[in-house]
Design a protein around this ligand. Structure first.
Ligand code: FAD
Length: 361
């Protein structure tokens, strides 16, 4: 999929940093809008390694080919301290995330974008990007840069922005004793400020948990305890596949600005991830598409002032739900070890009506 020529052209209309869901979606929209678009991706192969529990709502799964779907699910079960407390009918898909990301990138390339894998961006200034590829530095220029480079975004840092609140995620692939029709989410006080998940993929499931930074050193032990609990319940057997994987989920909400001069931020780089669920793929795609669209409109009209529309449009669509989630997260973190744990989860988790009650979050 990658462009492998010895020379990298210097001048582009749009340079996108990162080929995750946000970057691929931004590049596709920009290319469809007629922009000469370059995507720089530091990984040698898009989407690899997978650092994700891989669940998306059904509507989001349809953004990529069905070959990237591992399993459909009917809904989500929520357990609090081992007790089933809610069943939500939320049809979704557990993905083959690597294939999903690769299919989104393929769509961008088919729309005309050029993808350079193995290209790590080092420095950015307005209109200019330096990156390393095959051990050599390269420089490209473009009037618009889109930073879609994930939770530790260099593009955001170039704007003086960095995330401060993260959940630390850690998971393993475990063999299921029998097929599952729902995802499972598990709350225990020891999974501090986060939760555990069992997301089925046929005969296997992603079993993992996300916890506060203060507990990150305990993740292997906590995962072991969680696996043992699931074995005792007869959900999983003793078989594990591959090594544990993990990653950071930015849960502090969006940056105060996501459009600075000619630079736009999208996805985890911008803080578009849901602060309560930690799910970020849907918003990454949505905001990536908006960024690419606005970039092509600004270039097409020659009016760079139009870039400000990006900030307005994603805030109109997402800010109320992100702010509600952020308020819930703050309240849940403050009260995690106080009072009834059942009540805490019922007040602050999306599966319960209380989450959406006025005055809550
Ligand atoms: C353990 C875990 C489980 C998760 N589970 C789910 C889930 O089930 N459902 C869900 O919706 N979300 C989940 N998420 C969150 C989800 O993975 C992210 O929100 C989503 O990937 C954001 O997409 P993105 O395109 O913004 O960033 P990413 O997918 O992180 O893509 C960023 C890309 O930029 C590249 N990059 C970074 N720096 C540079 C650089 N300097 N130069 C060039 N390229 C660079 C990276 O290699 C990467 O390919 C999970 C996250 C974790 C850590």
């Amino acid at each position: 999929m990658s462009f492998n020529g010895p020379q990298v052209e210097k001048n582009w209309d749009v340079v996108v940093i990162g080929a995750g869901p946000a970057g691929a979606s931004a590049a596709r929209k920009a290319a469809v809008g007629g922009c000469r678009t370059l995507i720089l991706e530091r990984r040698r192969v898009v989407g690899r390694p997978v650092q994700c529990a891989e669940y998306v709502p059904l509507a989001v799964a349809t953004k990529a080919a069905p070959s990237s779907w591992a399993q459909s699910v009917e809904g989500m079960l929520t357990f609090i301290e081992g007790r089933l407390c809610a069943e939500n009918r939320w049809p979704g898909v557990v993905l083959h995330r690597e294939r999903f990301d690769q299919d989104l990138a393929r769509q961008a390339v088919e729309a005309g974008a050029c993808l350079l894998e193995g290209s790590r961006v080092q420095t950015l200034q307005e209109g200019r990007v330096t990156f390393f590829r095959e051990g050599r530095p390269h420089e490209v220029e473009a009037p618009i840069l889109i930073g879609a480079d994930g939770p530790l975004s260099r593009t955001a840092m170039a704007l003086g922005l960095r995330h401060r609140a993260f959940l630390h995620g850690f998971q393993v692939r475990a063999g299921l004793r029998s097929p599952m029709t729902h995802t499972e989410v598990h709350f225990w006080p020891m999974f501090r400020e986060g939760y555990g998940w069992v997301f089925p993929k046929g005969e296997w499931a992603n079993v993992g948990l996300g916890v506060a930074r203060s507990q990150a050193g305990r993740l292997p032990g906590l995962l072991g305890t969680f696996l043992e609990h699931l074995r005792r319940r007869g959900i999983i057997g003793s078989e594990l596949q591959g090594r544990p994987t993990g990653g950071l989920v930015p849960v502090g909400g969006p940056h105060p600005v996501t459009a600075g001069g000619s630079i736009l931020l999208a996805g985890d780089a911008a803080g578009h991830t849901d602060p309560i669920t930690g799910g970020g793929i849907p918003n990454a795609i949505l905001c990536g598409e908006l960024a690419g669209q606005v970039a092509s409109e600004a270039l097409g009209s020659g009016d760079m002032e139009l870039l400000a529309r990006y900030e307005e449009s994603w805030r109109d669509l997402l800010l109320p739900s992100l702010e509600r989630a952020l308020t819930h997260r703050r309240q849940a973190c403050e009260n995690w070890m106080r009072g009834s744990f059942q009540d805490l989860v019922r007040s602050h988790w999306v599966a319960f009506r209380e989450y959406f009650s006025p005055g809550k979050g």
